[in-house]
Design a protein around this ligand. Structure first.
Ligand code: LLP
Length: 421
């Protein structure tokens, strides 16, 4: 469910017309709906009702501090994967005891800052990382709470680039070696083992892989407890997929995932954490762009728009599909034609859609990419010296720019020409 609907023939974000935002901030831009973000967080929170739990928003999907503050106020924890993300979470007012630190390559410097600033737990992904973390903690006179991420060798049945739970992936320690790694962790003075972590991939539309992974984690919990470890917390990762089309395809809901969690690990009496990103942010955001030209190719029509792959990388990187809608609602029964929707960047990969059936569009018309809230703005770059585009947050009938468009001067001024040139 989202709050992007046509009202009086114009696409709105909640009660704000997209055309009004475009007039004020120019195109392209991202726009997020506060009500949708909160709703998605709440359904996750409710899905774990009755169990001690914390929903830690995976901020890699959408890292604007206004969004983090909003979710933090609603009670969310935050999953971070770099110290940059950690500091953003802090800047949004999230306290350290609500921040979990994931990622395969945490540096000692990152560990130090997180320990000093306060952290709920580190999700450790390898033995060398574990040794390093213990050393850093000891040097600070601290003890770092950890879970160890296990790789359960489960096929998440998703796009290869975002599957993380097979043994050929770089993530976690093989679950078959978990006992010896936990035994080593228990020997290290700087660490306090609190639980187990697992995350098998993103955009999962089938619950079975979750179930298999959680079952393995439950078995491991019992084994480790028998070995004398105190396993009180299970971080079950993120990964629940969203509908990217408005067809009948309906992936499982957070409630269904919550049920699987209850069934597989509910008997263990552990506190449960989950780390959803896409399901909270994805359908809470649109990318809005303006048509620059309609170009007739030899056997196709190109819709050349002012957004490009640097603004929304997912189609170029994963062949991802995003529904595209005209901001002005087409007349009922309006004729449709096929477009290749492309950006201005100088490579053919800068294509958002091929042969997409849409009503006729003309230069100056606005279009909106749906499901662009997650892994949209955060993956943007300045390729082709295109400044990062603004982000806007809507709340009812008001909106605010939560990241402004930099000027060209600001972008250029970051470069430094050495004196000797
Ligand atoms: N926890 C960990 C440890 C993760 O690596 C991820 C995502 C999440 C949680 C959140 O997963 P989600 O609930 O959002 O599926 N850029 C790609 C997605 C990369 C996902 C990386 N890890 C895309 O645009 O599809």
């Amino acid at each position: 469910m989202d709050h992007f609907i046509y009202q009086n023939g114009v696409l709105h974000a909640e009660d704000v017309a997209i055309t009004d935002i475009a007039k004020e901030v120019g195109t392209p831009f991202y726009v997020y709906s506060k009500a949708t973000l909160l709703r998605h967080f709440q359904v996750f929170d409710e899905s774990l009702e009755g169990m001690e739990h914390l929903v830690c928003f995976a901020m890699k999907s959408l890292s604007n501090i206004a969004v983090l503050k909003l979710l933090g106020q609603a009670g969310a924890g935050i999953d971070v994967v770099s110290i940059g993300e950690y500091l953003r979470a802090k800047a949004a007012g999230i306290s350290g005891d609500k921040i979990v630190f994931s990622g395969v390559g945490k540096t000692r410097e990152e560990m130090r800052i997180a320990i000093e600033g306060g952290i709920r737990q580190f999700n450790v992904e390898s033995e060398p990382e574990m040794e390093a973390l213990s050393e850093v903690a000891v040097s600070l006179g601290a003890v770092a709470p950890i879970t160890i991420r296990v790789n359960p060798d489960v096929d998440a049945k998703t796009h290869a680039k975002i599957a993380t739970g097979k043994k050929e992936n770089k993530f976690g320690i093989p679950i078959s070696r978990a006992r010896e790694v936990y035994a080593r962790a228990a020997e290290l003075d700087g660490l306090k083992v609190v639980g187990i972590d697992v995350h098998i991939g993103s955009q999962l539309t089938d619950l079975e892989p979750f179930r298999l992974a959680y079952r393995k984690v439950a078995e491991l919990t019992e084994t480790l407890r028998a070995d004398g470890h105190q396993i009180t917390r299970l971080d079950l990762g993120g990964g629940l997929g969203i509908p990217y089309t408005r067809s009948n395809e309906v992936p499982p809901l957070p409630m269904d995932l919550g049920q699987v969690i209850r069934e597989e690990v509910g008997h263990l009496g552990c506190e449960v954490e989950i780390e959803p990103g896409r399901l909270i942010a994805g359908n809470s955001g649109l990318l809005v762009s303006e048509v620059i030209y309609v170009k007739e190719g030899e056997d196709r029509r190109f819709l050349i728009i002012d957004a490009a792959m640097n603004d929304l990388l997912r189609p170029a990187m994963y062949d991802a599909h995003h529904d595209i809608e005209p901001v002005i609602e087409p007349a009922a029964g309006a004729e449709k034609t096929n477009f290749d929707v492309v950006g201005p960047i100088c490579e053919s990969g800068d294509t958002f859609a091929k042969g997409r059936e849409m009503t006729d569009l003309n230069p100056g018309d606005l279009i909106a990419f749906r499901s662009a809230g997650a892994y949209g703005a955060v993956m943007a770059s300045e390729y082709n010296s295109r400044p990062l585009i603004p982000e806007v947050l809507v709340d009812g009938d008001k909106f605010a720019v939560i990241r402004r468009r930099p000027t060209y001067e600001e972008m250029i001024a970051r470069d430094i020409v050495p004196e000797w040139l």
